[in-house]
Design a protein around this ligand. Structure first.
Ligand code: FES
Length: 573
């Protein structure tokens, strides 16, 4: 290798990015020597390297089949003449993290970015799946600026309970609600607990993981048709092998994530988000990803897209089918074909075709029970909407496809819970002053709170109302909600209470007006009174003292900016 190659990025494989010992030839000799201890031949060591950034962990059930998938990726890389080298990064197992996985998404993105940059690789496969892992990988890879391709775990398969089909996690919530209402006994809920998540893979419905997988495909960072292949299907392994082959073909190309995730591509992502009735969390993740390539997600533009995009996919939590059914029905290509006239067809994808090419190449067969035609949609407009007003100057999100339209135009009395602890302590109190017409308000659960914006926006119906048969009522918070949840729920209120947002000024008995038609949410309290309450607010209440807690507290942004860290939001240089 020439001196020139050594000092520029033309160096390939293990010769790339040498450890600095002050003598480059010594560094290369030492690296090869240590790599040889892993049993590689010199012929292998001279190959360019495809890194496989994977997030397998004993604390991540969704990724338990990753060893098998990694082997398949390696086959594809080797067949294409490169050397596959896997490396672990932080894994975010959704239900194993406290206080919430979102808090650690940025940490994982930093891990992914820095390990791609610091280790010798020429392109990278990003292997993730569980909710926050795919956005973390896309954010990190976007910042690292190396050619990258996403590969996902694929969805879990459904199981059965007394003849009823079950899949995590919409059915988790449905059964829990029935248990709380007394319709399911202790024995019944124990049996369901064992059957809700019975294979590897990500949650079986259109939750956040499935939504982000669908969006990764729609914006062009994954091969066509790859989002919905079940985790346990042999096609998933074939897709892993193919992804390895493509990753090897990316070596030396300029197909960095920034080239694929353009403004138009992200807009395609928003269209698909609406058409699949996707998770509210995806808006936060898209905003964070956009920020990494120097773009923003404008919530007003999102509303325009939502108002002109029908929901076409009939999946839980808003419909009836599961992700495995979407795969069998034609997958994301079938959805994109219906929306052809609304998409930017000239967007390039990581596999070399344009989005238009992919649509042309897709199998024309489609199961209309799962993917509806554009002229007979599940609903006429998109599932998600941003609402604005004096209660949410920077916006809030409602998943109208999962909400009760009878509650869309309503004024209600606020029943306020000042924290998650307050909510847990009082929501089921028999003497709680609450009626079905009230609005439940949860404060101090936003990104800047100690709670770090958990999926607690799905505020339970107070026990006394649940027992009386109430299934839904208006609920609002600065928290998030699981993509698998449903109800008339206003989320991501920004700015949040902990940063001084108006949601923190609401008091019991205040009147709040929600209008989905006008995209508005208003606190019907005079500005003078709000000013008085603002002056009474205690100053800093958060408790971070050291380490990542402190980094998070000092740098996390609001929901409309994707809850990324301020210092990470810029295009790669
Ligand atoms: Fe991993 Fe739902 S718990 S995707």
């Amino acid at each position: 290798m020439s001196e020139d190659d050594k000092t520029t990025n033309k160096a390939k494989g293990f010769a790339r990015g040498l450890t600095n010992y002050g003598d480059r030839d010594f560094s290369l000799y030492l690296r090869r020597s240590f790599a040889s201890s892993m049993g590689y031949s010199r012929q292998m060591l001279d190959r360019p390297v495809v890194g496989i950034a994977h997030s397998a962990s004993g604390f991540n059930n969704c990724h338990r089949h990753f060893p098998e998938m990694i082997e398949a990726v390696k086959r594809g890389v080797l067949a294409a003449g490169a050397l596959p080298v896997e490396f672990p990064t932080i894994s975010l197992g959704e239900v194993f993290l406290s206080p919430t996985s979102l808090k650690f998404r940025n940490l994982m993105s930093m891990d992914v970015e820095e390990m791609i940059r610091a280790q010798p690789m020429d392109s990278v496969v990003l292997l993730g799946g569980c909710d926050k892992t795919v956005p973390a990988q896309l954010m990190g890879a976007a910042s690292a600026g190396l050619p990258a391709i996403q590969l996902v775990a694929g969805p879990m398969s459904t199981s059965r309970h007394r003849g009823e089909r079950l899949g995590a996690c919409t059915d988790c919530r449905r059964f829990w609600q029935r248990y709380r209402a007394g319709d399911v006994d202790d024995q019944g809920i124990d049996a369901v607990e064992k059957r809700l998540a019975s294979t590897s893979g990500t949650c079986a419905v259109m939750g956040t993981a499935s939504t982000m997988a669908s969006l990764a495909e729609a914006i062009g960072m994954m091969p066509a048709g790859s989002a919905a292949i079940p985790a346990v299907d042999a096609d998933r392994l074939r897709m892993a092998e193919e992804t390895g082959r493509i990753a090897a073909s990316l070596i030396g190309s300029d197909k960095t994530p920034q080239k694929i995730m353009t403004e138009k591509a992200l807009e395609n992502g928003l269209r698909i988000l609406m058409a699949i009735g996707g998770s509210t969390n995806a808006i936060i993740h898209l905003a964070a990803i956009a920020g990494r390539v120097g773009l923003t997600i404008d919530l007003k533009r999102m509303n325009e897209i939502s108002d002109t995009t029908p929901v076409l996919v009939d999946l839980k939590p808003t419909g009836t089918a599961y992700m495995e059914d979407l795969h069998a029905a034609g997958g994301i290509p079938a959805v994109m074909r219906e929306l052809k006239h609304l998409l930017h067809l000239d967007c390039q994808t990581i596999t070399g075709e344009t989005i238009g090419d992919r649509i042309e190449a897709a199998d024309p067969w489609v199961d209309r029970n799962v993917v509806r035609p554009i002229d007979a949609p599940v609903r006429d407009n998109g599932g998600l909407l941003a609402v604005f007003g004096n209660m949410a100057p920077r916006g809030a999100i409602i998943k109208r496809s999962a909400a009760d339209p009878n509650l869309f135009e309503k004024t209600g009395r606020a029943v306020v819970f000042t924290s998650l602890e307050d909510l847990a302590a009082r929501i089921d109190e028999p003497d709680l002053d609450v009626t079905v017409d009230d609005f439940l308000v949860l404060q101090n659960a936003g990104p800047l709170s100690d709670a770090a914006m958990p999926e607690a926006g799905y505020i339970p119906i107070p026990a006394k109302l649940a027992r009386a048969g109430v299934k839904d009522m208006v609920r609002m918070s600065d928290a998030r909600m699981s993509g698998t949840a449903y109800g008339t729920i206003v989320l991501h209120v920004a700015p949040d209470a902990a940063s001084g947002g108006p949601i923190g000024l609401i008091r019991n008995g205040d009147r709040i007006e929600l209008s989905v038609k006008n995209h508005s949410i208003r606190l019907l309290v005079s500005e003078e009174e709000l000013e008085r309450r603002r002056a009474e607010r205690p100053t800093e209440t958060r408790s971070a003292r050291r380490g990542y807690d402190m980094l998070y507290r000092d740098h996390v942004l609001q929901a409309d900016e994707g809850c990324d860290f301020d210092f990470l939001r810029s295009a790669p240089i």
